[in-house]
Design a protein around this ligand. Structure first.
Ligand code: ADP
Ligand code: MG
Length: 259
């Protein structure tokens, strides 16, 4: 049994078939990439996993439990087990909250660590994990660079101890030089915390760098799925070959680290 199991996932928006019969699994400690062009349905898959959107049909299970039927306490536990990081950190982090409030928010919402001192200690620990300093506690989002903001967003996601991290284009807005740093941080967190990661990106170089298994989405359907080596080295589907051919330098950030 995989940690996350999606099968037959289908979602239609009026005239648009956003996702059709998508199946995907993410194992414990596994980093799975979902690649595809803009509009191929990647974010829709994630929104269904996050219970932000209800699919028309299909099933999603997490640790053997039916996600789509979760209510009450089970849904609240799931909202801690599965955390997300998005593309635009400035847009997803409240500009009027300090780093301490932003990173500690999940702990407050889920009534973990009600003691303010204990919560601050935990936030400092989380900042250390993502390479930020205690002196950053009182700063606001506008005073950080894009890469630092994604570190804050990752610390915020990790605060409640998730088992699965869902990432939607999290390095797409960053300079290439900063991308590898954030990707390495994600891999470190996978190693240290045993996290599983479902990583969505239109950027094949980034997915090639990060993921052990890859699924290729085209117009809402998965056309190819396999290990990183299979999909990037020996793509079976014509569409995957076209996607790869369109990437100027698929090995771009690869030099910084090998698996
Ligand atoms: P991706 O993340 O791969 O760019 P999306 O999942 O965002 O793709 O979108 C897949 C398709 O569904 C697109 O054609 C998009 O326009 C459409 N779509 C997504 N969300 C909505 C919505 N809320 N209402 C109508 N159409 C939507
Ligand atoms: Mg998207």
């Amino acid at each position: 049994m995989s940690l996350l199991e999606i099968s037959g996932l289908t979602k239609r928006y009026r005239s648009v078939q956003a996702v059709e019969d998508v199946g995907l699994t993410v194992g414990e400690g596994e980093v799975v990439g979902l690649v595809g062009e803009s509009g191929s349905g990647k974010s829709t898959v994630l929104r269904c996993v996050l219970k932000l959107v209800r699919p028309d049909s299909g099933s999603i299970s997490f640790a053997g439990k039916d996600v789509l039927r979760m209510r009450g306490a089970a849904a609240r536990a799931y909202r801690q087990d599965v955390q997300m990081v998005f593309q635009d950190p400035l847009g997803s982090l409240n500009p009027r909250m300090t780093v301490e409030q932003l990173v500690g928010e999940g702990l407050v919402v889920h009534r973990r660590l009600p003691d303010a001192r204990a919560r601050r200690d935990r936030v400092v620990e989380l900042l250390g994990m993502v390479g930020l300093r205690p002196a950053d506690l009182g700063r606001f989002p506008s005073s950080f660079s894009g890469g630092q903001l994604q570190r804050i967003a990752i610390a915020r996601a990790l605060a409640v101890g998730p088992r699965l991290l869902v990432c939607d284009e999290v390095v797409s807005a960053l300079d290439v030089s900063v991308q590898a740093q954030v990707l390495n941080l994600l891999l470190d967190m996978r190693d240290e915390l045993g996290l599983s990661i479902l990583f969505v990106s239109h950027d094949l170089a980034v997915v090639n760098y990060l993921c052990t298994r890859v699924a290729v989405l085209r117009s809402g359907r998965i056309v190819e799925e396999g290990t990183r080596e299979q999909v990037f080295g020996h793509p079976r589907h014509e569409y995957s070959r076209e996607l790869l051919a369109a990437v100027p330098d698929p090995e771009r950030v690869l030099s910084a680290r090998s698996h």
